[in-house]
Write a protein that binds this ligand. Structure first.
Ligand SMILES: [Mg+2]
Length: 343
């Protein structure tokens, strides 16, 4: 199997402010895998260093180490190929690129969308949230009102940025009482500060607060002290976190789980612990988001999936968005494999 790599740079229409810093551009590695049958599958590595600590150079180095492994691997299935790559360099964002390209290839060979390779009964669409990127009250209110007009039933607001109370109140006022309002602090707070802030924001009506604090023990303490549902995201990378049952929900990422196979396995552990699993992109490109949509559609056939953070391609300035949300849902691509064209 031949591996090829290309760098891509995607500019955001406006910078996204988070408690780990501002993101204005995404650099990704597009991977293609071509078998002896001539069929090519595509994937992408989407590390985000300030968020996951993995640089693009580090991901590229791992992928370059996978190339000879894949070149001389004959007779192995997809999971075995990913395992063979993991043995030379265990780096989730790079393994995800390989996993995606293998699933894409498998879909193209069989003529089926990936969701239909995972389960016989995938849901045709996936519910998604809108992301509010403005950090001023009026800008946030405008985006929230636009999201409602577009049919979204859930909006996500980044917090831990200053003026959280003002922004959250503006979003609630603009979005109306029905919409689910989700906060993401990206671990900005300590335990006491998290409890205080969540209690202060709760009257706005919150669906959940994602990653109020970092660390399983801290999340457990916060959850015991607040009435609002708590989700983990970054903390889900901690050893034993997926089955720990410390949160009401767990946000899973294609990149962190090492691809679709790893994500489905992770979701199974999460659900067995009694928590809900949903999927978000890490500002992934079209291949990563498509992978998330296929995985969510397959998971939804076996239990409820809360709104997913997969409507993120709309945040980019220069690309045609093949996975646009309509009425707050993204349709699962019907073409074979990931179902999105190389970009
Ligand atoms: Mg998050």
């Amino acid at each position: 199997m031949r591996l090829e790599l290309e760098r891509r740079s995607l500019r955001l229409a406006q910078p996204l402010q988070t408690s780990y810093g501002e993101v204005s551009e995404r650099e990704l590695l597009v991977v293609s895998l071509t078998g002896e049958d001539g069929v090519t599958g595509y994937g992408e590595a989407a590390p985000l260093e300030p968020y996951d600590g993995v640089s693009l150079q580090r991901a590229q180095a791992a992928l370059e180490r996978y190339a000879p492994v894949l070149a001389c691997a004959h007779g192995l299935n997809g999971a075995q190929l990913v395992d063979a790559c993991r043995r030379v360099d265990d780096l989730s964002p790079a393994l995800a690129a390989i996993d995606l390209a293998l699933w894409d290839r498998a879909g193209r060979i069989s003529g089926k969308p990936i969701a239909s390779l995972i389960t016989d009964t995938p849901e045709p669409t996936v519910p998604v949230n809108a992301t509010i990127s403005a950090i001023d009250r009026s800008g946030a209110a405008e985006e929230a009102a636009a999201a409602v007009v577009d049919g979204f039933e859930c909006v996500k607001v980044k917090v831990g940025l200053g003026d959280d109370a003002g922004r959250v109140a503006s979003v609630r006022a603009a979005a109306g009482p029905e919409i689910a309002l989700r906060l993401d602090a990206n671990g900005a707070w300590g335990v006491d500060e998290a409890v205080r802030t969540i209690e202060a924001l709760a009257p706005a009506g919150l669906e959940l607060v994602e990653e109020p604090v970092h660390g399983l023990q801290n999340v457990r303490k916060v959850r015991e002290r607040v009435a609002v549902r708590v989700a983990i995201d970054e903390t889900a990378a901690e050893h034993g976190a997926l089955g720990a049952g410390v949160a009401d929900a767990v946000c899973l990422k294609i990149s962190r789980c090492g691809g679709i196979g790893g994500l489905i396995a992770a979701a199974t552990l999460v659900r067995a612990s009694g928590a809900e699993a949903y999927i978000s992109s890490t500002l992934d490109g079209p291949f990563g988001v498509a992978a998330g949509v296929h995985a969510a559609a397959a998971l939804a056939s076996r239990g409820p999936v809360p709104h997913c953070g997969l409507a993120t391609l709309a945040l980019f300035a220069d690309i045609e968005n093949p996975l646009r949300a309509l009425g707050g849902r993204i349709a699962v691509p019907s073409g074979p494999g990931l179902g999105v064209a190389p970009y």
